[in-house]
Design a protein around this ligand. Structure first.
Ligand code: ADP
Ligand code: MG
Length: 331
């Protein structure tokens, strides 16, 4: 069991940043309004994610750590995936590759805590916490030296974590997000902070993008809001005159999930082909929202790839949506 868990765990948790991604997604799924991430040594010795979401009832704690236990799907509903999590794999995987402690309090219950290390679970014990959940992962991969070896420098892992935090922060402008580096102990150093945005979704996204990608991007981008065959495309796309130099900033989210997908980037290239040479990358932050039945997010456990049922429609939507917006802006 433990060995199988550990092998499967490697699929979900490749490096500290993938653990951070899973934990933040869980906090978002739990309805958190604020999420604080603390890391030490590039996340190798410590990752702690604190949220003010719904919490977990004491009785549910061991279940949350069991493989394929998820509170988010009931089996009959595999196609209707609206939350990030749906596999019930993240927490057991993390508990197999490090020392995982979950402290949580659900409304009307007392706070409780559970620890699992190397796949072995300790009994639940009472804890002190007013609300929400704190998930702490220590010494990632300490029991799997082969994986330890593949981790990069603290600096590189810290950078990867920062990218993940910012990417998820872009998708959730109404949630306050902070990232702290506590390597030197104490409260640590805040390396990223985005307070909850207000207003309508476009206002909020504008404010959040200014925070994450810089005011210059926000000021030099076009609002995108279009639809085709019940697939929606929204967000912001930079004017062809705006350049970030060599830095590529192309962010896509499908039903709220960050994705990296060659076809989406290809569509982007086609949309800007009249304005930009192939070596210039338009900065965009775009959200594709559609019925979950029209997209398969189940391609890889890390869930970064997607497969659309009708890729041609999605491509056409991006190409024509962006071209129209550019034309309306006088390009
Ligand atoms: P999944 O997210 O795919 O359901 P996970 O292993 O990530 O699987 O989490 C297992 C379960 O633990 C979740 O379904 C949820 O019920 C609970 N859980 C995990 N993290 C949190 C959190 N931060 N707040 C509330 N519940 C949580
Ligand atoms: Mg999850």
């Amino acid at each position: 069991e433990t060995a199988i868990n550990r092998i499967a765990a490697g699929e979900v948790v490749e490096r500290p940043a993938s653990a951070v991604k899973e934990l933040i997604e869980n906090a978002i799924d739990a309805g958190a309004r604020r999420i604080d991430v603390a890391i030490a040594d590039g996340g190798k010795t410590l990752i702690r994610v604190t949220d003010d979401g719904c919490g977990i009832a004491p009785d549910e704690l061991p279940l949350a750590l069991s493989r394929h236990a998820t509170s988010k799907i009931d089996g009959s509903d595999l196609l209707n995936i609206n939350t990030f999590g749906f596999r019930g794999e993240a927490l057991p995987s993390l508990g197999a590759v490090g020392r995982l402690t979950i402290t949580s309090r659900m409304h009307k219950f007392d706070a409780a805590q559970i620890t699992v290390a190397g796949g072995k679970m300790d009994p639940i014990r009472p804890a002190a916490l007013t609300s929400g959940t704190v998930v702490e992962l220590r010494n990632l991969f300490y029991a799997t030296p082969a994986r330890l070896k593949f981790m990069r420098s603290d600096r590189a892992e810290t950078q990867a974590i920062s990218d993940v935090v910012k990417r998820l922060a872009m998708a959730e402008p109404f949630i306050s997000v902070t990232l702290r580096d506590v390597t030197s102990g104490g409260e640590g150093r805040v390396t990223f902070r985005a307070d909850a945005e207000t207003g309508d979704l476009f206002d909020a996204l504008y404010g959040r993008l200014a925070r994450v990608l810089g005011a210059e991007f926000a000021e030099n981008s076009l609002r995108i809001d279009t639809e085709r065959e019940a697939i929606h495309l929204t967000g912001y796309a930079a004017l062809p005159t705006y350049s970030r130099g060599a830095a590529v900033a192309q962010f896509f989210f499908v039903n709220g999930r960050p994705v990296r997908d060659k076809q989406l980037h290809g569509a982007l290239r086609a949309a800007y082909s009249d304005f930009l040479s192939r070596d210039r990358h338009p900065a965009v932050c775009l959200f594709i929202d559609c019925d979950p039945q029209h997209v398969d997010v189940n391609v890889h456990p890390a869930k970064a790839e997607v497969r659309f049922r009708e890729p041609g429609v999605v491509r056409g939507l991006i190409v024509s949506g962006l071209r129209h917006a550019l034309a309306d802006a006088g390009h």
